[in-house]
Design a protein around this ligand. Structure first.
Ligand SMILES: Cc1ncc(COP(=O)(O)O)c(C=O)c1O
Length: 379
């Protein structure tokens, strides 16, 4: 099957991600920003970080941003500021990166898992009523792969039970649901700027965004040893600050984010178009009124592991996010879950595969990926 006239020779590599291509296009802007920080000799809690907080909060459509050291710290700090403590239960989807659960565990609270919807891979809102108990203290919602969770029923459930909602928006900066940006729905939302994210730093970094001045102030204190005033600590915190170098780099990249988002969306449309000719492959769903930002372009296929090997032999990168649902992680063996407890999460873990996706990806590379999948399936 030939899908594109200019398909490169069979073994031209198609990496899953190409940060070098991104650096080639913005390197001089990045170096200028880094030079500016060097010249200022201010490295922590300075102008760059404050400006980034404002810019990211604006992009998410909320009032406040608090820069922290990572997405994981953002989750821990936001949960703590929302009142999660030792012995509490927190509802979250089983199919996510382990950090969503380990942030809850880090506070001594118990993650209570919920199954996902098989079409969007996000938490199934109808699961919440089945899993809630009198000990439930918060709900953490993940917008996996760049697609918002179905927020209306989740927010209605949370409101009825007076539970705070924390959005794990690590993968979905810039996404929207019914015209509103992810990050603006919950009491607080957490961003990761891990280098591979749609907006990635040159190291670790993260942010909490919120509309609540009270929560923002509390997180500002917690990220800096609980110091509400210099050298006066009112509660235990630690050092989770986002440094000026990362902030300056992120501000450069932020200027490109909407173009990069459009490029990802156009690549996804091209993948969708080509894959529609191939039975046996389920492309990602982007329901009406949701704007997917394609942090990952994730297909579903029964012969996932064999396909991954086949692609790899032809130098095409792909990754499984994630091969184990949280309820079956050794980390959570004490919770006593067994295979079959969350069937949609388990099946997704066996069948999902993320294909190359980054703004600089070329049309002919997409064609080569899809042609190789067709070859594997002998279409
Ligand atoms: C869904 C999700 N939650 C949390 C995190 C944790 O972010 P970080 O790696 O910045 O700590 C990540 C990214 O790694 C993620 O993808």
């Amino acid at each position: 099957m030939t899908l594109h006239p200019q398909i490169p020779s069979t073994f031209d590599p198609v990496p899953e991600l190409d940060l070098a291509a991104q650096y080639a296009s913005i390197g001089s802007e990045i170096r200028t920003a880094v030079e500016r920080v060097m010249a200022s000799q201010q490295f922590v809690l300075g102008r760059e970080g404050a400006a980034l907080e404002e810019e990211i909060a604006k992009l998410c459509g909320v009032g406040h941003g608090v820069g922290v050291a990572s997405g994981t710290d953002a989750l821990i700090l936001a949960s703590r500021a929302c009142g999660v403590q030792t012995g509490d239960e927190v509802l979250l989807p089983s199919f996510t990166f382990v950090a969503t659960g380990s942030a809850v565990s880090a506070l001594g609270a118990k993650p209570v898992f919920a199954d996902i919807r098989p079409d969007t891979y996000n938490i199934d809102p109808s699961e919440l009523g089945r899993r809630v108990t009198p000990r439930t203290r918060a709900i953490v919602v993940v917008h996996l792969y760049g697609l918002s969770a179905d927020m209306d029923p989740i927010l209605a459930f949370a409101k009825a039970r007076k539970l705070p909602v924390i959005e794990d928006n690590a993968q979905a900066i810039g996404a929207s649901y019914k015209g509103r940006h992810t990050g603006s729905f919950g009491d607080a939302a957490c961003l990761s700027f891990y280098p591979t994210k749609n907006l990635g730093a040159y190291g670790d970094a993260g942010m909490v965004v919120t509309n609540s001045a009270g929560l923002a102030g509390r997180i500002r204190t917690l990220r800096n040893h609980g110091q509400a005033e210099k050298y006066l600590s009112s509660e235990p915190g630690w050092n989770s600050r986002l440094d000026e170098m990362q902030a300056a780099i992120l501000r450069v990249k932020l200027r490109h984010l909407s173009n990069w988002r459009r490029a990802r969306q156009s690549h996804a449309a091209e993948y969708n178009r080509l894959l529609s000719q191939i039975p046996g492959v389920m492309p990602p769903l982007a329901p009406e009124a949701y704007e997917h930002v394609y942090h990952q372009y994730t297909i579903r296929i029964e012969q996932r592991d064999a396909l991954r090997k086949f692609l790899s032999k032809r130098k095409i990168g792909s990754t499984v996010y994630y091969p184990y649902p949280l309820h079956l992680q050794p980390l959570y063996s004490a919770l006593g879950h067994k295979p079959g407890d969350f069937p949609h999460a388990e099946r997704a873990a066996q069948e999902v595969l993320s294909l190359p996706m980054y703004p600089e990806l070329r049309k002919e590379q997409i064609a080569r990926v899809v042609e190789t999948i067709a070859e594997f399936l002998k279409c």
